[in-house]
Design a protein around this ligand. Structure first.
Ligand code: CP3
Length: 344
């Protein structure tokens, strides 16, 4: 139930329709912002930013100062969970993340957990929340177990998540044990973020699109439902956004079976189709193509209008269909915010 003091984004997550729609952008803090690049250079690296709660708080607030978003997303990374489970984590310049040892057999029993890594993140949440205008919603997040497992098993990002998919078929018991462990840590982690001040949380399932329907049921829907039901018991009033990127037609089952309060739509989903197919009144988030934002001008205007029109009677949070791209011009983000603040 919404309460009068709920900020707009939180009210929409609880089922209200707002016009104009509240907005935030996935990866709204990051390398397209000169002030981010400056602080990152000063601190020496990405993880140095993430584990320094003053720096991470500052980075979280940078896009809010510039653009006036309705949501602040905690500055961290989904791979902090495997780091806390005991894998070594590095981000090489221009290389993407590396986790070692890679768990190609799914066995995590030899890893020594480092819960202190997660405690550092809670500090950031508390600092951001204390600094936020009450009209802005503080969002926490974690990766979904399937996406986290793909990195843990391969030790890095991979094109088609083949290692994790092979392991899931070859040794479903070992893979299930790994997923169960990630579920447990993720529930603790999200609950810790909520206790520290997060008002809603998002589960990023970036690689949900690589699974066959039966595997999707087992490795995306079931563990997500498990996280949602455990979090609901702990924090019944905190909305959960599920973002199963690439789920396509499997989105209907995801929305119906996981228990998430809202679904994030990637840019390949037709908003008109999503509106027809999702339960009446279920809030949605998305789904501007990040490349339309790079294009700007008429292409941006047309894409924004189409999305807003499709969701004109459904609770809708405006967002991208995936993270903001590195070479996005900062003034196009301003252009987007101006467009959204005008009536449809
Ligand atoms: O949205 C936000 O602004 C919050 C912060 C955030 C980051 N990563 C910061 C980040 C969030 C929510 C994430 C999620 C994340 N991380 C996902 C899920 C969403 C998605 O994009 O699919 C995934 C798969 C990761 C793993 C990850 N982190 C990769 C593959 C990379 C390398 C690619 C890249 O863009 O460099 C990262 C690094 C990363 N995470 C950066 C940022 C700002 C860039 C680090 C840098 O400064 O060099």
């Amino acid at each position: 139930m919404t309460i009068a003091s709920d900020p707009p984004l939180l009210a929409v997550l609880k089922g209200e329709h707002r016009d104009p729609p509240p907005v935030w952008l996935m990866r709204q803090a990051g390398r397209y912002l000169p002030e981010y690049r400056a602080l990152r250079a000063e601190k020496g690296g990405f993880l140095e930013l993430v584990y320094d709660s003053d720096a991470a708080c500052e980075v979280t607030l940078q896009p809010l100062r510039r653009f006036g978003m309705d949501g602040a997303i905690l500055f961290s990374d989904i791979l902090i969970v495997p780091h806390a489970m005991g894998q070594n984590l590095t981000f090489g310049v221009g290389e993407g993340p590396h986790l070692s040892p890679a768990l190609s057999d799914g066995d995590f029993s030899h890893l020594t957990p480092e819960p202190g890594h997660l405690a550092k993140i809670y500090e950031t949440v508390t600092k951001v929340r204390a600094a936020l205008d009450p009209k802005v919603t503080m969002l926490g997040f974690a990766g979904s177990p399937w996406t986290i497992a793909t990195y843990m098993v391969a030790g890095q990002g991979s094109k088609d998540q083949s290692e994790a998919r092979r392991l899931a078929y070859r040794d479903p018991q070992a893979f299930q044990a790994l997923i169960d462990r990630i579920v447990t840590v993720t529930v603790d982690y999200l609950s810790g973020q909520i206790n520290a001040g997060a008002q809603a949380v998002q589960l990023f399932d970036s690689w949900a699109g690589s699974l066959s329907p039966a595997q999707f049921e087992r490795w995306v829907i079931a563990p997500t439902a498990d996280i949602v039901s455990r979090l609901m018991q702990l924090h019944g009033d905190v909305p959960i956004i599920g973002f199963p990127k690439g789920a396509g037609a499997k989105l209907a089952a995801y929305a119906a079976e996981t228990g998430v309060d809202a679904v994030g739509l990637d840019e390949t989903i037709d908003p008109v189709w999503a509106d027809m197919m999702l339960p009446v009144g279920m809030p949605v988030q998305g789904n501007l193509d990040p490349l339309a934002l790079i294009a700007g001008g008429d292409a941006l205007k047309t894409a924004v209008t189409r999305i807003r029109a499709a969701f004109d009677s459904r609770p809708h949070i405006f967002n991208l269909g995936h993270g903001i791209v590195l070479d996005t011009p900062v003034d196009h983000v301003e252009e987007l915010l101006d467009l959204l603040h005008k009536p449809l």
